[in-house]
Structures are given as C-alpha cells and as structure tokens.
Design a protein around this ligand. Structure first.
Ligand code: GRF
Length: 214
C-alpha cells in the first residue's frame, strides 16, 4: 500500500507513520507527504526520511485548485490511500467522496465527543475523566466518519489543554501506525457504515479514572 500523508504543521503523527514504515516488514510505504503550509516542520521530517515532501500553499488558490493539485501530486506518487495527520484544511465533499473508504484521519478525542478545534480544551471544560484519540474514516462531515480504533487516556487533576494534549499525543503515535498496518493487511472492512476488524481482540477489563491511592 502506498500512503500519502497530508499535514499542516509539526508532523509528530507523520513521524510515527514514517518510523513504522521504515521497518521493511511493515506492509505500507509513505509515498509522499503534502503540506498546505510551506513552513510545516513535518516537511523536514519527510525529507529526513527520504520521502518526497511537497508544499501546496492553500493561500492564493481556490479550494478547487488546491484540491486538484493535491490530487495530481497523489496520483504522480502512485498513492492509493490517504492519511490526514494534523491537516487543518477542510476538504470538499467532492474530494472526500473520490477517496471514500481510502482516507482516514486521527482526531485527539474519543469521538463523537469534542469534534472540531480545541478538542482538549473542550474535554477539560466538560470535566471528563477519560479522553483519548480516534482514528476514523473521513466523510464529508467533519470528524464524523466510521470509527476504526480509539485509545483512552486519563485526564489528571490539574491538567490543562496542553498537558492533556501531550498525554493523548503519546497514544496517537501508537494508535495511528497500528491502524495503518491493519488496513494495509486488509483486515478492516466497512459494513453498513460501521468498521469490522478481523483478527483483533477487544481490550479486556476496564480503565477507571480516578482510583484510590495505593
Ligand atoms: C494531533 O493531535 C492530531 O490528532 C490532530 O492534530 C494534531 C497534529 O499533531 N488532528 P502533529 O502535527 O501530528 O504533531
């Protein structure tokens, strides 16, 4: 599988995917990385990994032009699957439907809670005891596609959005490559808008937060 990764910034999730794909036994390759921001640090990460890194500045282009160029670059690199990793532009329904079932995203909350921007600020404001991250298929509606996998992370006393973000990010870096591997292994199927995963177990037990001190 040849994945194209779309980013807008830091690219730490991209790094997790690059690191996973550096293992010859991993069943996917990153064919190219595209950023809508020319100054995205993630472009350098791609460069360091020897992966083509392309900036397509969304400024000064219509949305249609921008997406056409993204599509052209993905095609040029033989991409057959798209991973959004901190990509901060909304994609048109046209683009999303063209990649339907072949485009995923990672969002830093347990969807369907806390969609959109500032998921961690929303989680702190709501006072939830568990937050986390979700890898899901992309559909035209933002942060709404079929959920593939989630990781739950405790919210700690005194957390703010930044400290929670850092803890959740650690989970993101484990979850995203794992899901990409499952997809590349052909183990994920979409049936009636829900995801089925073959050969995966349900995590046993439960995660309770907070707990009594020991
Ligand atoms: C991550 O928290 C991701 O879930 C969200 O944007 C952030 C991107 O971080 N969509 P990075 O660029 O991967 O470091």
């Amino acid at each position: 599988m040849r994945a194209g990764v779309l980013i807008s910034g830091r690219g730490s999730n991209l790094q997790a995917l690059l690191d996973a794909c550096a293992d010859p036994a991993f069943p996917a390759r990153i064919a190219c990385v595209i950023s809508n921001r020319p100054d995205a640090a993630g472009l350098e990460r791609a460069g360091r990994a020897g992966v083509p890194a392309i900036a397509i500045d969304h400024r000064g282009r219509s949305r249609a032009e921008f997406e056409r160029e993204v599509g052209t670059v993905l095609a040029r690199h033989g991409v057959d699957f798209v991973c959004l990793a901190g990509f901060m532009r909304i994609l048109t329904a046209d683009f999303v439907l063209r990649w339907q079932g072949r485009i995923i995203n990672i969002h830093p909350s347990l969807l369907p809670a806390f969609k959109g921007a500032d998921a961690h600020g929303q989680a702190i404001a709501a006072g939830v005891r568990l937050s986390g991250c979700t890898v899901h298929y992309v559909v035209p509606e933002m942060d709404a596609g079929p959920i593939i996998a989630q990781a739950a992370v405790p919210v700690e006393a005194g957390d703010d959005a930044a400290s929670l973000a850092e803890r959740v990010l650690g989970a993101e870096h484990r979850l995203y490559p794992m899901v990409l591997r499952w997809i590349a292994e052909g183990r994920i199927a979409l049936r009636d808008g829900r995801v089925e995963i073959s050969g995966a177990r349900t995590a046993g037990g439960m995660l309770v937060n907070p707990i009594e001190p020991t």
